[in-house]
Design a protein around this ligand. Structure first.
Ligand code: SF4
Ligand code: SF4
Length: 429
């Protein structure tokens, strides 16, 4: 009796052998789910702002209800570091599973090849072969697809509704329109000519992955002890989209898609035998416990630390900022026996909804102040800035006088404070 204990998927029953358990439907479902998420994310807009969007005018990143601004560089840096650590961790554990199961490039290529198949076109040397009419129809669909994908990418920078209405009414910014056309052309060329060449030759992820592969990384291979059962039908090679032979062992071109596994299972099920190709953690099948090595653990800890720090720093930061400056063009003056100082106030609303703020100004030395200017119901748009001037009247003093500005939200909660000095030298002017 053969020993099948090296597989991470349990040995199939006789009934399963006749109808082998295939991964293809799971992979396609996962691919379409990922695609759907990518298409829908910009359309999901709680409080009117997309869940994920890069806002070029304000140089900020909208991320699931939070706004990370370029001024908050430490947050953006944390986000980039956490994303990088997550990317490396997933690569270390799952290898190129992302490429075969979720990457939009793979999904698009699968779609382009499926369409060619439906139109009875062959793909030889990456070129479509077949009747001219069918080829024209295929290229027409590739162009439509390219337009949709290019628009979808731009929705991560401009709200989809605004993008589409500007496109329809011809009011789209010329720079955006040119970007849209260039992106459409690149994606069309990718669909029509490049397809798998992108994964094989150009995509840097495959190269990075090869240097990050761990002895316990999830890989798909044909174990040595199974080779005698191979009937050399070549189904696994014929079905491989990357044109490799899995029987030769691990190759960096392999995108872990599992098509060869399905092909082999189909063939072997006709002989009432399980397939020969498996996903295992490491080519020598170390099992999940193989992942308990220093490299994976350290990277896992780093990922948890960075994600925690990012979450804390994002949630704990102030929802507004306040900056105050004594207006340089209007030095403090004594008028009618009162110290008169003109301040410029900048309010930044860091939340994702419009806010109505109030300002309170108090003297830190307890003197009574009179404020002239807008201090109540100051509306500031989501993520917006507001600038105003305030005249502060205080008793004449020869000592430097510090004043505190408090920014209150609609619940009268202090959300930001700033202090400023009324200079003693100015008091005598
Ligand atoms: S060898 Fe198998 S898993 Fe790898 S790319 Fe080819 S078909 Fe997909
Ligand atoms: S599909 Fe399976 S049996 Fe056929 S050649 Fe590939 S590994 Fe061997």
């Amino acid at each position: 009796m053969a020993d099948y204990s090296h597989r991470i998927i349990t040995m199939p029953t006789t009934q399963q052998l006749k109808r082998p358990l295939l991964l293809g439907p799971w992979r396609r479902t996962f691919q379409w789910l990922t695609t759907l998420i990518i298409i829908l994310l910009p359309w999901i807009q709680p409080d009117g702002i997309s869940l994920v969007r890069i806002d070029i005018p304000s140089l900020s990143l909208h991320l699931f209800g939070q706004v990370l601004r370029i001024q908050e560089l430490y947050l953006l840096l944390l986000f980039i570091l956490a994303a990088g650590a997550g990317f490396l961790f997933i690569t270390l554990v799952f290898g190129r599973l992302w490429c075969g199961w979720a990457c939009p490039q793979t999904t698009l290529t699968d779609l382009a090849e499926w369409l060619a198949g439906r139109l009875k076109l062959n793909i030889l040397a990456n070129r479509l072969q077949g009747a001219l009419v069918q080829k024209i129809i295929a290229h027409f669909f590739y162009l439509l697809l390219a337009l949709l994908v290019a628009a979808n990418l731009l929705w991560y920078f401009i709200e989809p509704q605004r993008f589409l209405s500007s496109l329809v009414t011809g009011t789209l910014h010329v720079g955006v329109f040119i970007t849209f056309l260039v992106m459409t052309a690149i994606i069309y060329l990718d669909l029509a000519l490049i397809r798998r060449l992108m994964c094989r030759e150009f995509c840097p992820y495959g190269r990075i992955q090869s240097s990050f592969v761990d002895p316990a990384t999830l890989t798909l291979h044909l174990p040595e002890q199974e080779k005698p059962r191979c009937i050399r039908c070549n189904s696994c090679v014929r079905t491989c989209p990357m044109g490799i032979d899995i029987r030769d062992g691990y190759q960096i071109e392999c995108i872990n898609c599992g098509r060869c596994l399905d092909a082999c299972r189909r063939v072997m099920s006709k002989r009432d035998e399980p397939g020969l190709i498996y996903y295992t953690f490491g080519v020598d099948n170390r099992g999940v416990s193989g992942l308990l090595n220093l490299r994976v653990l350290l990277l896992g800890l780093l990922l948890i630390g960075l994600s925690g720090a990012l979450t804390y720093a994002t949630l704990a930061r102030a929802t507004a900022s306040l900056k105050v400056s004594l207006a340089p063009t209007a030095v403090s003056k004594v008028i009618d026996n009162q110290q008169t100082s003109l301040f410029t106030v900048w309010i930044n609303n860091r939340s994702t909804v419009i806010q109505e703020y109030h300002l309170r100004v108090t003297s830190l030395s307890g003197e009574s102040l009179e404020i002239r200017g807008q201090t109540e119901q100051i509306p500031v748009a989501a993520g917006g800035n507001y600038q105003l001037r305030l005249m502060v009247l205080s008793p004449v003093s020869h000592q430097p006088n510090m004043v505190e500005f408090q920014l209150l939200d609609h619940r009268q909660q202090t959300v930001a404070t700033a202090t400023a000095r009324i200079s003693a030298s100015a008091n005598n002017q």
